[in-house]
Design a protein around this ligand. Structure first.
Ligand SMILES: Cc1cc2nc3c(=O)[nH]c(=O)nc-3n(C[C@H](O)[C@H](O)[C@H](O)COP(=O)(O)OP(=O)(O)OC[C@H]3O[C@@H](n4cnc5c(N)ncnc54)[C@H](O)[C@@H]3O)c2cc1C
Length: 427
């Protein structure tokens, strides 16, 4: 099924407006041009414009059309790796910066939303990382111990506490991190775009950049309607990356993640499932994540088909799993189902590249971009401005295409199937 524009989702139905930014027309100049209008591109544009810089965002569809407007809305702290591993990988200095930055990203995001008064149902009720079996439990315990040693606000929850917080006895333990929370991602995306525009950024929708060339010492970005000539360019296309920059598409795997949403639950049922409304993600082979939104709907996310879907019947695996967790959901209607692309990298880390003078690339959030992409926007804006008051929080790496990239669909299918079997049979 081709992807619809705008993509159908619960968020699309409940956002106020859809964002309709004009198409780029004619030849324009900007100091900085940004390709991609998701959290990365919009937050960078906002911070550049607030610093008085001249910036234009070119989005193929409309702001928030990609993962930013359709994700699980979980604002989660940290990266895939534990703090000790990050320190070992990046060394003590950069490692500490990366840890502070990634675990601080939720506070940054909630602070930004408050400062800009974006009405996007933001709630900082914490994140629970839930363990089902002994192996994930050991990993969750190790993470909790490392976070606690660094003075972070985390608590280990035993099986009884997990049952009280999640309404199911499936979990052997979990880690609660008070910094996490949730939001309505499309309202947040549109709010960021509006804030960036009022700060002076020029935002264009329906403007896919199909060529990026060096001409007379500047970068020229071409769309079907016009061109932008810029000193510097940021490529922020994450899971929707195409052939714009050589080798970039081959440096990541654009895996679909899917979400099913119920009708609003009765207050009693919603309170039985997540009484305190944290967000939950499972530490399993194939991550399942869920939350109850501001309207009392259960949103259940995880892997699904590797092509666009538009209703919950396409992701029975997720809705069946929800019923196993909470049999009281029987009879509740699953009103919406949708999906979108997350960018997975080989090392499971976010990648920042500077392949040529004046070109910055930031992508590969591995399904953890709500907080990280928001915070990266401020760091990327500083780098694009040449402002060195605070050192950059992530390593800048050479662009490396993945070997045998063209075979990724087969590899992903095998990984999902084996993960599902392992999760189902508790292997
Ligand atoms: C279903 C789903 C659930 C998720 N759940 C969570 C979650 O709960 N918590 C979390 O932290 N993360 C989650 N994520 C990941 C998170 O949404 C992403 O990491 C984040 O939104 C990435 O933002 P971005 O701006 O880098 O990319 P995107 O939001 O994907 O934006 C990229 C944009 O680039 C545009 N584009 C591409 N090529 C061009 C071009 N040539 N010219 C112009 N524009 C172009 C696309 O149209 C797109 O709008 C989820 C993702 C999905 C899909």
């Amino acid at each position: 099924m081709p992807e619809s524009t705008p993509p159908r989702s619960l968020y699309r139905e409940t956002a106020d407006g859809t964002g309709s930014y004009p198409t780029l027309a004619g030849a324009q100049r900007a100091r900085i041009a940004i390709v991609g209008g998701g959290f990365t591109g919009l937050s960078t544009a906002l911070h550049l414009a607030e610093a008085g810089d001249d910036v234009a965002v070119l989005e193929a569809q409309q702001p928030g059309w990609g993962a930013s407007g359709r994700n699980g809305g979980q604002v989660n702290p940290g990266l895939k790796y534990d703090p000790d591993t990050i320190e070992a990988m990046f060394g003590p200095e950069l490692g500490l910066r990366t840890i502070d930055f990634s675990y601080g990203a939720p506070d940054f995001t909630f602070g930004l939303i408050k400062r800009l008064s974006i009405a996007c149902e933001a709630r900082q009720n914490g994140t629970i990382r839930a363990a089902i079996r002994p192996k994930p439990e050991a990993a969750v315990r190790a993470t909790a111990a490392q976070c606690a040693r660094r003075g972070m606000p985390v608590d280990m929850l035993d099986a009884k506490a997990m049952a009280a917080r999640t309404g199911t006895d499936r979990y052997t333990s979990g880690m609660f991190d008070a910094r996490g929370g949730d939001l309505h991602p499309l309202k947040y995306s549109l709010g960021l775009a509006a804030a960036a525009q009022s700060a002076g950024a020029r935002i264009f929708g329906g403007s896919e950049v199909f060529a990026l060339k060096r001409e007379a010492g500047r970068w020229v970005l071409k769309t079907t309607g016009g061109t932008v000539s810029a000193e510097k360019v940021l490529i922020a296309t994450n899971g929707y990356t195409g052939a714009l920059w050589p080798g970039l598409e081959q440096s990541l795997v654009p895996v679909f993640s899917a979400i099913a949403a119920t009708e609003p639950l009765t207050p009693a049922l919603a309170a039985a499932i997540l009484p305190e409304r944290p967000v939950v993600y499972e530490a399993g082979n194939i991550t399942v994540y869920y939350r109850i939104d501001a309207d009392g709907r259960l949103l259940m996310g995880g892997r699904g088909p590797m092509s666009p879907i538009e209703n919950a019947s396409a992701i029975r695996y997720l809705t069946d799993y929800a019923l196993r967790l909470w049999p009281a959901l029987a009879g509740v209607r699953w009103t919406h189902g949708w999906n979108g692309r997350v960018a997975i990298t080989k090392d499971h880390l976010l990648h920042v590249h500077e392949p040529e003078d004046g070109v910055l690339i930031c992508l590969g959030y591995n399904g953890r971009g709500v907080a990280m992409a928001s915070a990266m926007g401020a760091a990327l804006a500083q780098r694009l401005r040449g402002d060195e008051t605070s050192p950059f929080p992530m390593p800048i790496s050479p662009l490396k295409p993945i070997r045998f990239h063209r075979f990724w669909p087969l590899g992903v299918k095998a990984a999902i199937l084996s993960g599902r079997l392992k999760d189902r049979f508790g292997l």
